[in-house]
Design a protein around this ligand. Sequence first.
Ligand code: UDP
Ligand code: MG
Length: 280
Amino acid sequence: MNPLQVSVVVPMYNEEENLPELHTRLTRAMSKTGLPVEIVYVDDGSSDDTGEQLNTLLRQPQPVCVRVVQLPYRRGKTAALSAGFSVARGNIVVTTDADMQEPPEVLPMLVAQVQSGAAHLVVAWRQQRQDSPLRVWASRLFNAVLRWLTGVPLHDVNCGTKAMTREVAERLQPWMVSDMHRYLPLIASRMGYRVTEAPVPHVCRRRGRSRFGASRYLRAAVDLLPFSLWWWRGWLVWWSLAGSSLWLTAAGRPVGWLGLILAGAWAGGALLFWLKHGRR
Ligand code: UDP
Ligand code: MG
């Protein structure tokens, strides 16, 4: 039997200001579970002092097992999580962000839900979100579209704080490319795992700044394409786009070509992705 019960994976890019408080709170919160725990910090090629601080932690005695993965250059949050998953040894794998916007003290509650068998993956649902109004509304719209597309009744799919069984983490690995971390709960649900959400408090990012700019919205849309055809509504969107574009083209409207190109790109992207990552 694997004696290590829980692995907490934290992706970090330039989080030197958050690391001291994060580490203190994380170790304290996880020690309270009474379970054997390891914390896996993944330094995503930080250019500040994060890497050095992590090495210092490794040299000091710690109440829980601390491990560090150093990526040679910045590869993005999904790749950082994936690198953490591949070394994690726990039966339950937890992820959280370094900025503590979801307080580390909520993690034992998520672990308990997975441990009890109530869920294979539980994702935190940020209550009273402390982000800009634009982000909050974009997130609400995004989640509403995802609920419509997939029928999975989650409200905060992209929250960085999650807990899952080791099996789920392993099955998700092939999907962890581009910025697909956003969709992990939906992918797990489509694979047949029980996915639930747990309300958690949310606080402002007090130190450092968000690492994602406005391009996150474009990347989220592009990343949605490969697996949207898993659901019949994804096909509905695709056929509507392709059908109306064909009709417009036949009616001599040049805009139809644009639709056809988009529909072709969607189908082509989905197919390529499936061939590369979807097959088992
Ligand atoms: N992060 C990372 N690599 C990146 C971008 C972000 O490892 O290229 C980490 C970051 O350090 C943080 C987590 O991913 O621990 C979430 O990032 P952030 O708080 O900037 O995202 P937001 O809350 O704005 O979505
Ligand atoms: Mg954040």
